[in-house]
Ligand binder design. Structure first.
Ligand SMILES: *Cc1c(COP(=O)(O)O)cnc(C)c1O
Length: 220
């Protein structure tokens, strides 16, 4: 199947409110162009070093999402153009994004990456750390960032019930924050969960944004 056919097959299963982020990491500019020609405009990369040359080479109406761990010293280079950062996991990083967004006269949309998996290697905040961050005076003093939702990665396991439970816990926590800290603000609306192996279940469990790579571009 071609990239265009893969995209069409996935889009057919999406409900209206679900955004498809095409994860193009490790794939060349030509593959992204193919997806672009098929109408895809939102692409996700996990490394800044890889994102920058792709941003330079490709059409400027692409919305780039950063989905991988972000170091503070890399924020400056993506601040002029990044559409959404899915992987915010500390107040320090949020402060750096705010600083660079201000320099660019922008407000940068961010998701807080939640630690929901039972794996040591995954980055993210736990629920208690997130409540503390969002209730802090330091966070309140950051006008150039906007938290628009949460991101989570489920455990990489064949046990579907574990994955489903993790998705459920992310949705429950999202709803808690939406009502409490965010006072039902409409802009707090995204739940980024679901990858090639689990996006169908993620949508059933309330995902608004899926990050799909290999099902579109092939195996890495
Ligand atoms: C690579 C990656 C994806 C996409 O994974 P696939 O299994 O190829 O769909 C999604 N989210 C993050 C954070 C990733 O690093």
């Amino acid at each position: 199947m071609s990239i265009a056919e893969n995209l069409a097959a996935i889009k057919e299963q999406l409900k209206n409110h679900v955004t498809l982020v095409a994860v193009s990491k490790t794939f060349p500019v030509e593959a992204i162009q193919e997806a672009y020609q098929a109408g895809q405009r939102i692409f996700g990369e996990n490394r800044v070093q890889e994102l920058l040359p792709k941003y330079e080479a490709l059409p400027k109406d692409i919305e780039w999402h950063l989905i991988g761990h972000l170091q503070t010293n890399k924020v400056k280079s993506i601040a002029p153009f990044i559409s959404l950062i899915h992987s915010v996991d500390s107040l320090k990083l949020l402060e750096e994004i705010n600083k660079e967004a201000l320099k660019n006269n922008r407000v940068i949309d961010c998701l807080l990456q939640m630690y929901i998996a039972k794996e040591e290697t995954k980055f993210g905040l736990d629920f208690e750390e997130t409540r503390a961050l969002l209730n802090s005076s330091e966070y309140a003093a950051l006008p150039n960032i906007r938290i628009v939702g949460l991101m989570g990665m489920a455990t990489n396991t064949p046990d579907a019930s574990v994955v489903r439970q993790e998705f459920k816990s992310l949705l429950t926590f999202f709803n808690e924050l939406k009502q409490s800290v965010f006072n039902n603000t409409p802009s707090f609306k995204e739940i980024s969960m679901g990858m090639s192996g689990d996006y169908k279940m993620a949508i059933e469990e309330g995902s608004t944004m899926i990050r799909v790579g290999s099902s579109i571009f092939g195996v890495r």
